[in-house]
Design a protein around this ligand. Structure first.
Ligand code: NAD
Length: 349
């Protein structure tokens, strides 16, 4: 039997745990805010060592979704769900239980695929709730759209740092030749950018280098490469006190979530070094903008979704202006930019 209990957390609208001994479900859904709209965020399946670890992750991720949606100008709040376990324990029963858990939020939480969950799992969720996006045959794989959004964001970063968006001859170091990094690299190469790429799976890096006429370096070397742009497209935390002194780039603009290990301290260190940071959740919002378009009247339309990604350029321009005006780092400026919409909406409630 599915048992749902509250986990009261200050600063969060609703946090609940669900346990179902029959299907092996042990999950948490966190809704950080619905001030701008229903909270949308993916469903992550991960082998957390404890419920506390899962809770910490879901709280951090759901808050990040509030900022991401707000900065992207979407009428969405921030939420996220985590399933505690491994991909081996996936079953229809498990996702049916999880679908009921999602449905218990009455539309306030909308789910989607995330790490270790796939459109097929979302199809099972959809048998229990309408609050799911990213189903097969709708907005599709978000990665190419995230890559396009990064490319749009790169234009704003280049103009700010170099006075021109021209990529001809500019060297871009791509860390992570995965679903997003590989496509982002192609967009850059098409505009004359020179690609240097690294991946812990060397074959993946080699493929991207071949497709873009670029070169491969080791994952250890990519953060210190002599380049104009460093594009983190692998895991978070790659920009930290150890790596910042060695970064040669004038711009950081990539897809990875949580690129700064410590938002304030690392953001300020980059500013002091004169490195322009394109805040991750602003730059990588293309996938969210894409999936959001499933929810708008008339349903998903690729052309409209892609044209809405131009907002990423404008948002970065505004964020860079806030950072300059206030003499603060761009990561803090992005949080202020996100807060503005949430605060304005809250004032109307
Ligand atoms: P992916 O798993 O397809 O690609 C990640 C790549 O990074 C893999 O090829 C992996 O081998 C490589 N990698 C891992 N550690 C590395 C290291 N230390 N050095 C070099 N390479 C390393 O993932 P993705 O979908 O391309 O996403 C990339 C990043 O962007 C993730 O942080 C993800 O959370 C974020 N993101 C993705 C999307 C999306 O639409 N896919 C949307 C928003 C944010």
């Amino acid at each position: 039997m599915l048992k749902i209990t509250d986990i009261p957390v200050e600063g969060y609208e609703t946090v609940k745990r669900a346990i179902d001994a029959e299907t092996g479900l042990h999950a948490i859904i966190a809704v950080h805010s619905t001030v701008l709209g229903p909270a949308l965020g993916g469903m992550r399946l991960w082998s957390y060592a404890s419920e506390q670890e899962a809770l910490t992750d879901v709280l951090r991720l759901s808050q990040g979704m509030t900022y991401k949606a707000s900065c992207a100008g979407l009428d969405l709040g921030g939420g996220k769900s985590v399933l505690i376990g491994t991909p081996e324990m996936k079953s229809e029963g498990l996702f049916r239980s999880m679908g009921k858990f999602v449905e218990s939020f009455g539309g306030n939480y909308i789910t989607a695929e995330d790490v270790n969950t796939k459109p097929a799992d979302m199809a099972v969720i959809a048998t229990q709730t309408k609050s799911v996006v990213g189903l097969e045959g709708k907005s599709g794989n978000p990665s190419p759209k995230t890559a396009w959004g990064c490319f749009v964001g790169l234009r704003a970063c280049m103009e700010e740092a170099f006075g021109s968006a021209d990529l001809k001859g500019k060297v871009v170091a791509i860390e992570g030749a995965g679903s997003v990094g590989s496509i982002y690299a192609k967009f850059i190469a098409e505009q004359g950018g020179k690609i240097v790429v690294a991946d812990i799976v060397e074959e993946a890096a080699r493929r991207v280098a071949e497709e873009t006429g670029g070169t491969v370096v080791s994952p250890d070397a990519i953060r210190q490469v002599n380049c104009d742009v460093y594009a983190p497209c692998a895991l978070g935390g790659s920009v930290n006190p150890e790596t910042i002194p060695g970064i040669q780039a004038r711009v950081i603009c990539g897809a990875a979530n949580n690129q700064l290990l410590d938002e304030d301290a690392d953001g300020s260190a980059l500013r002091e070094r004169g490195i322009l940071y394109g805040p991750d959740y602003v730059v990588n919002a293309g996938g969210l903008i894409n999936v959001y378009n499933e929810l708008v009247p008339g349903g998903y339309n690729e052309e409209r979704a892609v044209s809405e990604m131009d907002k990423i350029y404008n948002n970065l321009k505004d964020i860079f202006a806030i950072a300059k005006d206030r003499g603060i780092c761009t990561s803090r400026a992005a949080n202020l930019f996100g807060d503005r919409r949430v605060d304005a909406a809250r004032a109307l409630i």
